[in-house]
Design a protein around this ligand. Structure first.
Ligand SMILES: C[S@@+](CC[C@H](N)C(=O)[O-])C[C@H]1O[C@@H](n2cnc3c(N)ncnc32)[C@H](O)[C@@H]1O
Ligand SMILES: [Zn+2]
Length: 299
């Protein structure tokens, strides 16, 4: 079976959770190659096995190089293992045994490695993963590398999913749209958001700005906004400093939004400084969707 056929088969199993991003109607799986709504809006499978459900063109800073670097860091360096373990523990603990299927959406999944690692950690066979990202480059890579999940190019602020279709929503280091998350989450569904704390990758920032980063990041506002939409059940702090080899340092420098405005020389300078340790400092916010909103798209 080709990638395209494999993912078409997977999507056909879950076709009831899709909703047309143009007109909100339900969708069917047609001719073994497309998702089609009752108004005939048609979204075809790409040969890599993802579906592009974007309804407008976008420009993303995230290019192939950034996603390749993120992929190597997440899958090879082991830098985020504790994050994956904690998230899958939370998922396993909150699994409702009466469900015959648990849908997990990773909203803003990038190149898909976090979702893949978390699904690998979760011991449960009834979980089905969906990765959604606005970047075609990221989703293309995800679909090529990981066959377990459904991969969609789409906007998390207008997701191609039905009301109350997701049991768990992951949102890792990505923008959010909480009204939309409320719409697509089942009542009492889990929202797991990962946000940086002030020391996240601080060694990189210090090297970049040549001094202590004075505008150190605080996540209070993010946490407060999250709490306005969801009942905050738990917060887990994932904080540690770890040794870094040269290869990891190169990938870290390339994977971060800090690299967007950096010239090649700047980047090489940072690498040549030989940062030998790096700090991971993240909060995992675990919220419960207490709202009962349906049919209310946010925009
Ligand atoms: C810092 S990256 C994080 C990616 C991934 N979660 C990770 O940690 O590797 C932020 C991601 O959010 C995605 N993104 C930004 N706006 C989005 C939107 N409106 N809908 C879907 N994805 C979006 C970007 O394309 C990018 O992949
Ligand atoms: Zn439609």
């Amino acid at each position: 079976m080709t990638n395209k056929e494999k993912s078409a088969e997977l999507v056909s199993k879950y076709v009831h959770i899709f909703s047309c991003p143009l007109c909100n109607s339900p969708m069917i799986f047609a001719n073994l190659k497309s998702l089609v709504c009752s108004n005939n809006h048609t979204f075809d499978f790409a040969k890599q096995g993802y579906v592009n459900m974007m309804t407008r063109s976008t420009n993303s800073h995230y290019d192939k190089k950034i996603f390749e670097a993120r992929n190597r860091i997440i899958m090879e360096s082991g830098l985020y293992i504790l994050l994956h373990e904690k998230i899958s523990e939370v998922i396993d603990e909150n699994m409702n045994a009466s469900n015959d299927k648990i849908m997990i959406l990773d909203a803003g999944c990038g190149e898909g490695s976090h979702l893949q690692r978390i699904l690998d950690e979760c011991k449960n066979e009834i979980i089905a993963g969906i990765g959604l990202d606005i970047s075609k480059e990221g989703i293309r890579m995800a679909a090529r590398n990981y066959k377990k999940s459904i991969w969609l190019v789409g906007d998390l602020a207008n997701s191609p999913l039905q009301d109350q279709s997701c049991h768990i929503i992951l949102n890792i280091l990505s923008p959010a749209n909480y009204k939309e998350f409320q719409r697509i989450s089942v009542p009492n569904g889990l929202i797991i958001k990962v946000v940086p704390r002030s020391n996240y990758l601080k060694e990189l920032r210090e090297a970049r700005f040549d001094e202590k980063d004075k505008t150190s990041y605080k996540n209070d506002e993010t946490v407060s906004l999250f709490k306005q939409h969801f009942h905050l059940m738990d917060t887990f702090e994932i904080s540690y400093t770890r040794g870094l080899n040269e290869k990891d340092l190169t990938n870290l420098t390339q994977m971060s939004p800090l690299s967007w405005n950096m010239s090649k020389d700047d980047m090489e300078q940072i690498i040549n400084r030989g940062i030998s340790r790096i700090t991971i400092d993240l909060d995992i916010l675990v919220g419960i969707n207490k709202s009962n909103k349906t049919n209310e798209r946010p925009n």
